[in-house]
Design a protein around this ligand. Sequence first.
Ligand code: ADP
Ligand code: MG
Length: 351
Amino acid sequence: MKKSRKQLISRLIAALLCFAALLPLSGCGEAKKTQKEIFAMDTLMTLTAYGKKGEAGLAAAEAVITSMDKMLDPELPTSTVYAINNAQGAAVVVPGQIAKMLSTARTVYDQSGGALDLSIYPLVKRWGFIDGKYYVPTDEEISADMGLLCFDKLVLNSFPSSGSYSVTLPAGGQISFGAVAKGCASDNAIAAMRQAGVTSGIVTLGGNVQTLGLKPDGSNWNVAIQDPNNTASFLGVVSVGETAVITSGSYQRNFTDLRGKTWHHIINPATGYPSSNSLVSVSIICEDGTLADCLSTAMFVLGENKALNYWRTYGGFEMIMVTSDNRIICTKGLIEKFTLSNQSYTLSFSE
Ligand code: ADP
Ligand code: MG
C-alpha cells in the first residue's frame, strides 16, 4: 500500500497539527509524559500516555496497532483480509476486532443506505488509491466493479461457546477496512493503555484522535480540526473528554487528472465515482472510535442534508461538517465545545 510522497507529507503535517494543538495543554500538571511515534497503516501515529504506567501502556498500544496492521492489509498474503478475499466463498475464522468492525460497518451500511460499503475495495484499487498509480476508470470498468459490491451478502457468524467468529464473502467479492481500521486501532490502543493502568492519554493516528480519560490536570483535551483549504493549519478546536474525534476529507488523498479534474479517495458506492457533494470534510465525535470512523466515511458520502438527517434519526455522536463554500455546520451538542479559529468560515449549529 504505497502512497505518494506528497500524501505522506500531508499526513505527517496533519499528525503534527493535531499534536501541536495539544502541546500547550499537555504540559500542565505534574504527571510524567511518555510519548512514542510509530508508522503503521500508512499513517504516522503519535501515542502519548501520562503517569507511571506510561511506558507499559504505550508498548501495549503499539503491539495492538502493529498486529492489526498485519491482519488488515488486503495486499499482504499472510493477512486475514487477504484470506477472506481469496477464500472463494468459504468461511474464514477471524478475530474479534474484525467481527466488531464488520458488525459496526453493517449497521452503518444499513442505516445509511449503503453509503459505507467495505466491498468497494475493487473500485478503490481501480482508481489507483492503493498502489498510487492513479487512473480514471472507463464507464465499463466502473460498472464491472460495481457488480462486485456484495457487503449485504457477507455473513458474519459468531460462536459464543468458543468466543470465535467466521466470515463468508461471496467468491469474487473483496473487502477492505480502510474506512474503519484506524478508528478500531485507536479504540484498541486506548483499551490496551487502560488495561496497562494508564488513566490519561491520547493517540493521534494521522488526523484521527482518541483520548483516554482527561488531561492529567483534570481538564478537557483540545483537539484541532484541520483546515481543508490549508492543510498546514486548523480551522477550529473542539474541547472533549474521553472520546474519539475522527475525520474524513477529500483533501486527505487525491489526484488531479490530465484534464485538471481532481478526484479523491472516498467513493460513492451508488455511482462508483468519488463522492461529489458540498462537503470537503466531516469530523465525528463519538466515544466508540470504530463507529466514529464508519460514520465519518458514510456521512461524507451522504452529504450535508442526509448526514444531518442521519444524526437526527440515530444520534449517539456529534459532527463537524465543512463545505466547499466555507461553511462549518456543527451539530448542536458542540455549541459549548467548538471554537472557530479561522474567521474565513461561517459557523452554524444544527438542531
Ligand atoms: P482515511 O482512510 O483517509 O482516514 P476514511 O476513514 O474516510 O479516510 O476512509 C477512506 C478509505 O476507505 C479510502 O481510502 C478507501 O480505502 C475506503 N473507502 C472509500 N470509499 C468508501 C466507501 N464508500 N465505503 C467504505 N470504504 C470506502
Ligand atoms: Mg472513516
